[in-house]
Design a protein around this ligand. Structure first.
Ligand code: PDD
Length: 286
């Protein structure tokens, strides 16, 4: 059984409880982070902590603990659960004011709820899916307008994943005004020639921590990167495509709707970027 963290305590997972009045439960009034673990160490912890602070600030929520304390909790959970490869999930909600009300509770009297747990994922780095590549379908992006805030409003992304499953695909890319925004839980990229194209940062997409690292590594490796909108039609004609996230790292995409990219196998760029990302991230892990 896992040991999880809830509001200052380390508990067996079945002893960890949150109130029915928690605003995360009633209103999806909460934010989260997912940090990967390789070799028992955290990947890009600082960047996740910075984004968490930003998400909290954008929603007028207070940070419940200092960064070093947050790091200590992450490390303690990784150690207690003996995680060599996996994920640490963190969620902070506006807490449980003891009733349901649209008005935010007074932060002086309602403390945020803080939950962390680990997910053990042996084989996360050496993944079979990375060798074959994924199929994605396109679906309309009907999410709210602040996708840059990492909130727990994940119903539509979850529905998108199920639409993909039903269609015999692995994931969905969301489309707004003809342009790809991102995957259900990852950032989306296409490759044409030597150029990597991905949507620029705005309120329309999550500012992926993996995205930032991968684009940095790509530029350092003299690859050409263009941050701009790309249409789903442009994606159909791409040589390669891929997604990035803390749980998928760099994952090749070999089919988008009915369009098979290249020869239907991962191309040159995505596997190379995955290799560089894993190598550099392992080196910098803490
Ligand atoms: N998802 N876009 C969306 C909508 C996401 O949910 C995520 C992450 C990303 C990639 O961000 P990052 O590189 O910081 O993981 C992009 C996490 C992994 C999840 O929900 O499980």
């Amino acid at each position: 059984m896992r040991t999880v963290y809830v509001n200052g305590e380390y508990l067996p997972e079945d002893a960890a409880k949150v109130s029915i009045f928690d605003r995360g439960f009633l209103m999806a009034d909460g934010v989260y982070e997912v940090t990967s673990v390789l070799d028992g160490k955290l990947i890009d912890f600082d960047a996740h902590a910075v984004r968490l602070d930003r998400s909290l600030r954008e929603l007028d929520m207070r940070a419940p603990m200092q960064r070093d304390e947050l790091l200590a909790v992450h490390r303690e959970l990784v150690a207690r659960n003996d995680i060599a490869e996996g994920l640490v999930y963190l969620q902070i909600t506006r807490g449980a004011p003891g009733d349901r009300d649209f008005v935010f509770p007074d932060p002086e009297t309602t403390a945020p709820t803080v939950v962390l747990f680990t997910q053990n994922k042996p084989g996360l780095a050496d993944s079979a899916a990375a060798r074959t590549g994924m199929k994605v379908i396109s679906i309309p992006d009907v999410r709210w307008g602040r996708r840059d805030i990492k909130t727990v409003q994940l119903l539509y992304p979850s529905m998108g994943k199920m639409m993909a499953r039903k269609a015999g695909a692995d994931d969905a890319w969301m489309i707004e005004d003809g342009f790809v925004t991102e995957g259900t839980s990852n950032n989306a990229y296409i490759v044409k020639g030597n150029k990597i194209v991905t949507r620029a940062l705005s309120n329309d997409i999550l500012h992926g921590i993996t995205r930032a690292a991968v684009l940095r590594f790509a530029r350092e490796a003299q690859m050409e990167v263009e941050e701009r909108n790309f249409s789903i039609d442009e994606a159909y004609g791409a040589d390669e495509a891929f997604v990035t996230s803390a749980s998928a790292f760099v994952m090749p995409v070999v089919q988008i709707d009915d369009a098979v990219l290249g020869d239907g196998r991962p191309g040159r760029v995505a596997p190379r970027l995955r290799e560089i990302y894993l190598e550099e991230s392992r080196k910098a892990a803490i």
